[in-house]
Design a protein around this ligand. Structure first.
Ligand code: FAD
Ligand code: SF4
Length: 484
């Protein structure tokens, strides 16, 4: 083991995350995980053995120098730790909360071979929250006079250049932040009235407080990024217009994959049936849980079924529960195949969400007034593996049964909106309307147009979108300097 500057913590278990009691949190939208204290953070950081090959870093799409920042936490040097994290990751308070670390950095951590991996995500969140509480901003963290060793030294290679960023999710925010560091004039165009993409309209307040997203956005504004909201590109301006008439030298497309998929079964148009996007947008973006203080209402039933097994299904179920519905998740495979983060499944179970696994809806039942009264389902069993490598669920003949409900939420995936593809000649897209872009530079088939995040790879994760935003900024820098 390499020499450590601190007394190692040999515990096989992660330092527990202080959290709100399940019975209480199921009734409100307050953040569930409360975050480490300084003592917890030092304790957890000292579980890191500072592996010379640092496999954890390989698992991080934005290359956070994990052992170095964790060592600083272990020694109580939180400002230095923050500077190291912030230099690589523009949104650490967000990633520390929502990244699926178990399949990324923590999935590769050496300590995970014999016990829990180091709680890298929890430590990332701790340093970001600590810096926010101290009022330390990214520019201070990265300045020569500032608290840390981070480099803000990005040369102003793009001074005098103008780039338009379409969409304002994590891919776009990261790309905008990286470009503005290089001296570029950046304008972000967002279709909704609020910036942040899924971070603002999708992930609920109880997992990701919206004031954190607002703070990250305002840090970008302070750094010089201009935001234009209510600006649907493809309708208000096309990409060609942005480049030819509004003087942008390049465009980054980060429009996500926000178009919901449906089940395609009878009764789906009934009253009381909605897609998760609608429920979550009303509740998160429009603050419907505070109606009538905020003017958007939301329909909340007494008995709700949420169909799906991903993060979106889990967020929708926990939201419906908080609105007062007795909530059940219906998922066609088993718990093992559920794509949602393990921690979110665990939180949902603790709060009282029920699970009907190996179950698939076949029909939605309605009354004469067109309201949902039940959902007919069929039991499933797992057959041979399909193209994704997961065992294919097959219906068990004659096993149909009905769950009585007055609310159904569909959370079975989402697609990209075809608007950009339809209004941008020369932009290659796949049959599923995903924008075709180079993996390394994010360049598309249209000169000067770059793309990344969910709009390229389909619904994925915040950190993958951020990684793409970072690579795209480098791609744009190379393209614009070669053009000069
Ligand atoms: P998005 O975040 O989708 O942002 C795209 C933005 O572009 C949106 O604001 C949209 O309004 C805007 N836009 C679209 N078209 C136009 C246009 N024509 N003109 C202007 N603007 C436009 N990932 C995790 O890592 N961890 C999680 O816990 C997690 N939970 C999730 C929960 C929910 C409910 C959802 C929906 C997703 C979750 N994800 C999670 C996935 C993650 O949020 C996405 O992968 C990520 O946000 C993709 O980022 P993006 O920048 O590509 O696009
Ligand atoms: Fe520390 Fe785990 Fe990374 Fe090793 S793999 S350096 S133990 S965080």
């Amino acid at each position: 083991m390499p020499r450590l500057n601190y007394e190692p913590n040999r515990s096989k278990e992660k330092t527990p995350m202080p959290s709100l009691e399940p019975a209480y949190r199921a009734t409100c939208f307050e953040e569930v995980a409360l975050g480490y204290t300084e003592e917890d953070a030092i304790n957890e950081a000292r579980r890191c053995i500072q592996c010379p090959n640092s496999p954890c870093v390989e698992g991080c799409p934005v290359g956070v120098p994990i052992p170095s920042f964790v060592a600083q936490v272990a020694e109580g040097n939180f400002a230095e730790a923050f500077a190291l994290v912030k230099d690589a990751n523009a949104l650490p308070a967000i990633c520390g909360r929502v990244c699926p670390q178990e399949t990324q950095c923590e999935g590769k951590c050496t300590r995970g071979r014999n016990g829990d991996p180091v709680g890298i995500g929890r430590l990332e969140r701790f340093v970001a929250d600590w810096a926010m509480e101290q009022g330390i901003t990214s520019s201070e963290a990265n300045s020569e006079e500032g608290v840390g060793a981070g480099s803000d030294a990005a040369a102003k290679t793009l001074a005098g250049k103008k780039v338009a960023v379409v969409g304002s999710g994590p891919a776009s925010l990261t790309c905008a932040g990286e470009l503005v560091k290089r001296g570029c004039e950046v304008t972000v165009y967002e279709a909704l009235h609020k910036v942040g993409g899924v971070l603002s309209y999708g992930i609920p307040e109880f997992r990701l407080p919206k004031d954190l997203v607002a703070r990250e956005v305002s840090a970008l504004s302070d750094a010089g990024v201009t935001f234009e909201v209510n600006a649907l590109v493809g309708k208000l301006y096309t990409i060609d217009e942005l480049m030819e008439e509004r003087g942008f030298d390049a465009v980054f497309v980060g429009t996500g994959a926000g178009l919901p998929s449906y089940l395609g079964i009878e009764g789906e148009a009934a009253n009381g049936v909605m897609v998760a996007n609608e429920l979550l947008t009303r509740v998160n973006l429009m603050k419907a849980y505070l109606f009538p203080e905020y003017d958007t209402p939301v329909y909340a039933g007494k008995k709700c079924v949420v169909v799906g097994g991903g993060n979106v299904a889990m967020d929708a179920a926990r939201t419906a529960l908080r609105l007062g519905a007795d909530t059940t998740i219906v998922y066609r495979r088993s718990m093992e195949e559920m794509p949602a983060r393990a921690e979110e499944i665990h939180h949902a179970e603790e709060e009282g969400v029920n699970f009907q696994l190996l179950t698939n809806p076949t029909r939605i039942l309605t009354n004469d007034a067109g309201w949902v009264t039940g959902i007919e389902c069929v039991r499933m069993e797992l057959g041979e593996p399909d193209a994704s490598g997961r065992r294919r669920p097959v219906p068990v003949e004659g096993s149909e049964f009905v769950i009585d409900v007055d609310m159904v939420v569909i959370a079975v995936g989402s697609k990209t909106n075809p608007l950009i593809a339809q209004t941008t000649p020369g932009l290659d897209v796949t049959s599923r309307n995903l924008v075709v872009a180079d993996e390394e530079t994010c360049a598309t088939s249209k000169p000067g147009v770059f793309a990344g995040g969910d709009t390229v790879i389909g619904a994925a994760t915040v950190i993958l979108a951020m990684g793409a935003g970072k690579r795209a900024a480098a791609g744009i820098e190379k393209y614009l300097t070669e053009q000069a």
